[in-house]
Design a binder for this molecule. Structure first.
Ligand code: UD1
Length: 310
């Protein structure tokens, strides 16, 4: 079933020049008044669709945030420092942007009485005792990033319970797709596709037996649209596919779908890395009618094609 349409709303998208936020902005801009707040640290101005109003700044810039959020009905909060590795190297900056910035955003939402759909993360669970992981399972993050996301996931629920704010936290598993650019701190699929397209070695960290649940951008957009209209607020949902793949297998499939001559190489394992991750998406299926629709192989083909054109 298609998500209920989001129309005639004034919407703020934080991180709207970045990977997930810009896809949301493009989807919503024709039927809504869309504002984008982004500091362009990893996002690009060119990702912001025509018709959206752009504000350059961070969530720590309270004056800009106040103007951008004034009178909004709905906020999609995608701005974050998304790299687990980077948070291990620089926990203070991760805390400032991911936790403090989100708290500022929730305060702005409280003033505007806006619904907030917020990007939480599978990183909050840390090393799971078993997979698939359900929302009520233990949470013991292995990185500052995961701890920051756990904090804001709790804040979202608290702002609902204490102040009646309509909040929904979406615990993204591993997001990928066109628009996710390759770089030292990028998601593994963008890095592997880039290496494969160049016929360079594909760099698997550690033994490659760690697993991830990779969820394609269109399905993340679908989850956000459903969260924007659901009655089931004040709670958090896993958003993945309910399947997983090892990083080694991922490298091999990417080499195959890109017809690459790359070899797989193994480097040292990464500090703070989670071993296994796979979402139980029963709650999102039941409450949000969320249903992932793009297979990994299809999503990888589309992503590789985009990277080739770039
Ligand atoms: C990712 C997201 C994080 C999100 C989380 C949810 C990014 C950068 N991070 O973290 O925002 O909240 O999923 O689960 O999008 N790897 C390699 N070689 C590489 C790069 C990575 O083998 O060149 C491995 C990593 O060691 C890891 C796996 O691939 O085991 C995934 O890494 P990465 O894409 O950075 O994502 P997560 O750390 O899972």
């Amino acid at each position: 079933m298609q998500p209920e349409a989001v129309t005639d709303k004034t919407i703020l998208i934080t991180g709207g020049a970045g990977f997930i936020g810009s896809h949301l902005a493009s989807t919503l801009v024709s039927d809504n008044d869309v504002r984008v707040l982004d500091n362009l640290s990893t996002g690009h101005r060119s990702n912001v669709p025509d018709g959206a109003t752009f504000f350059e700044g961070t969530l720590l810039d309270e004056d800009t945030l106040a103007i951008a959020s004034d009178g909004v009905d709905l906020i999609f909060h995608e701005a974050a420092l998304v790299s687990v590795q980077r948070s291990v190297e620089d926990p203070l900056t991760s805390h400032e942007i991911n936790t403090r910035g989100t708290l500022n955003l929730l305060e702005a939402a409280r003033k505007a009485d806006a619904r907030v759909v917020l990007a939480s993360s599978a990183a909050i669970y840390g090393q799971p005792e078993h997979v698939p992981i359900s929302e009520g399972d233990p949470k013991s993050p292995t990185s500052p990033y995961g701890l920051d996301k756990l904090t804001i996931d709790h804040y979202a629920r608290q702002y609902h319970d204490l102040y009646g704010l309509e909040t929904v936290a979406l615990r993204y598993f591993n997001a990928y797709g066109p628009g996710q650019t390759a770089g030292d701190y990028s998601g593994v699929i963008s890095i592997f596709c880039d290496q494969a397209e160049r016929n360079e070695p594909v760099t698997v960290h550690g033994d490659g037996k760690q697993t991830r649940d990779f969820v394609y951008i269109d399905d993340l957009v679908q989850a956000n649209l459903r969260a924007a209209t659901t009655d089931a607020v004040g709670t958090a949902y896993n958003i993945g596919t309910g399947t997983s793949v090892t990083v080694r297998e991922l490298a091999e499939v990417i080499i195959e779908v890109t017809d690459s001559h790359s070899e797989v190489t193994h480097t040292d394992g990464r500090n703070g890395d989670i071993r296994h991750s796979e979402a139980d998406i029963t709650a999102a299926r039941t409450d949000l009618e969320y249903e992932p629709s793009v297979s990994l192989r299809e999503g990888l083909k589309r992503t590789a094609e985009w990277i080739r054109k770039e």
